[in-house]
Design a protein around this ligand. Structure first.
Ligand code: NAI
Length: 400
């Protein structure tokens, strides 16, 4: 079949398998020529490893110097009568293929990371493929909902401000249109639900499961990703429901750090740069900031994508030195280039001017859209998008 980009609002409804492979290969090529990760982990579990920061971590740790074997858990779907399959599914498929070609173990587990069934499946996979232990656990899930493991009731996140309404704009990628929005403050219940979905509780449940199953190696570290951003984004992020969830995540990193100290290991929340991912395009009001940020960071020669961020994290902050570099709140910061004053001064000026008529010129809309298309395997010159794609090879069993 011919696979074309289908975008609904900010959601991609199609993905091109061979375009996803291109995106993967570009990232592999990047880490192969970047500063290598020395003294890195050998057996890595990534929860949320099929796209964004999780996938970039997987690529960096396997191909960027550490030569790690990986188990990844993700919520993705393969081709079926319902659709061609999700980009994350093809990312997993090709990651495994290329990692195995390089002599590495790569196990993909598809299912709900919040469930005990998948946690148990991972414990078994660690037994089978990692001789029973992991050296690094990366928690990189971005989800809009989480079933309560005890009751089956579903918690849904609500990305909203707290206390005061805010106005901002979202960009409809389907119509390339700027949409002014007003967001009412979250209720206490909505804030609580968002924390349940995006806070640290499930991260802690994973580490507890792995401690109880004796799957933690000596020196094991765990890592989850966070965002803080400049003041201009605080109303929708740090001071909103997402920020509340992230503060919970930061606190969880401290309790997990104590638990892993028993294994001479540690736990860290890592604050990343704002980037276009499947998850971030959903955050209302953040897009104009992203358009300005991309424009300025590219012009100043300091722009990074997920892969550059992750390679730098493992090569410069986590592994190549005796001590992990953290800030006063024990957070690893790789948002340093984003928050640099020359960047933020320019971004603030651009945002003052940006509106529905000029966002494509003032901001890096072209780059933003291109990155979104690339995430789903579109927009690559090397791919003939008029060619017929046979999806049969991608239809697989649960564990692929
Ligand atoms: P993403 O959407 O690219 O990846 C999310 C991953 O979670 C995918 O592998 C997906 O399959 C998996 N997932 C979702 N629901 C799942 C479930 N129920 N069971 C198993 N896997 C599930 O997201 P992104 O942006 O890489 O986000 C990862 C983390 O990084 C999040 O904590 C996010 O808040 C954080 N972050 C993101 C930033 C950004 O600008 N994109 C900036 C700073 C932090």
């Amino acid at each position: 079949m011919i696979i074309e980009p289908v975008i609904q609002g900010v959601v991609a409804r199609s993905a091109h398998p061979y375009g996803c492979e291109q995106a993967l290969l570009r990232q592999i090529q990047y880490v192969q020529q970047a500063e290598p990760i020395k003294n890195g982990p050998k057996r890595v579990l990534i929860i949320g490893g099929s796209s964004g920061f999780g996938l970039a971590s997987r690529i960096a740790l396997t191909f960027g110097g550490a030569q790690a074997d990986t188990i990844s858990v993700s919520f993705e779907r393969g081709p079926s009568e319902k659709g061609v399959g999700s980009a994350g599914y093809f990312n997993d498929y090709f990651f495994k293929q290329h990692a195995e070609k390089a002599g590495r173990i790569a196990v993909n587990i598809h299912g709900d990371a919040f469930s005990s069934a998948i946690k148990n499946e991972v414990v078994e996979a660690i037994e089978t493929y990692f001789e029973g232990e992991v050296d690094l656990i990366i928690y990189s899930v971005a989800s809009g909902l989480r079933p309560n493991p005890d009751t089956g009731e579903v918690w849904r996140s609500a990305i909203k401000p707290m206390f005061e309404p805010i106005t901002g704009a979202t960009i409809d990628l389907e119509h390339d249109a700027w949409i002014n929005t007003r967001l009412e403050p979250a209720t206490e219940e909505e804030a609580h639900h968002t924390q349940k979905v995006m806070g640290g509780e499930d991260w802690e449940a994973w580490v507890d499961t792995l401690i109880n199953s004796e799957s933690i190696a000596q020196g094991c570290q765990t890592l989850a990703f966070s965002y803080i951003g400049p003041e201009i984004t605080h109303p929708i992020y740090l001071d909103g429901t997402l920020g509340r969830a992230k503060v919970d995540l930061h606190q969880t990193s401290h309790s997990l750090n104590l638990k892993l100290a028993n294994f001479d290991g540690g736990a860290f929340a890592c604050v990343c740069k704002a980037l276009v991912t499947k998850a971030s395009v959903f955050i209302p009001g953040l897009t104009p900031y992203l358009l300005a940020l991309y424009k300025v960071m590219k012009a100043q020669g300091v722009h990074e994508g997920c892969i550059e961020q992750m390679q730098r994290l493992y090569a410069n902050k986590l592994y190549n030195q005796a001590k992990v570099e953290v800030d006063g709140e024990r957070l690893i910061r790789i948002d340093d280039l984003e928050l640099a004053k020359p960047v933020q001064d320019e971004v603030a000026l651009l945002l003052k001017e940006m509106n529905q008529d000029n966002f494509k010129q003032l901001g890096d809309y072209q780059g933003y859209k291109q990155e979104f298309l690339n995430l789903n395997g579109f927009g690559f010159d090397a791919i003939d998008y008029h060619a017929d794609v046979d999806l049969a090879p991608f239809i697989e069993t649960k564990e692929a």
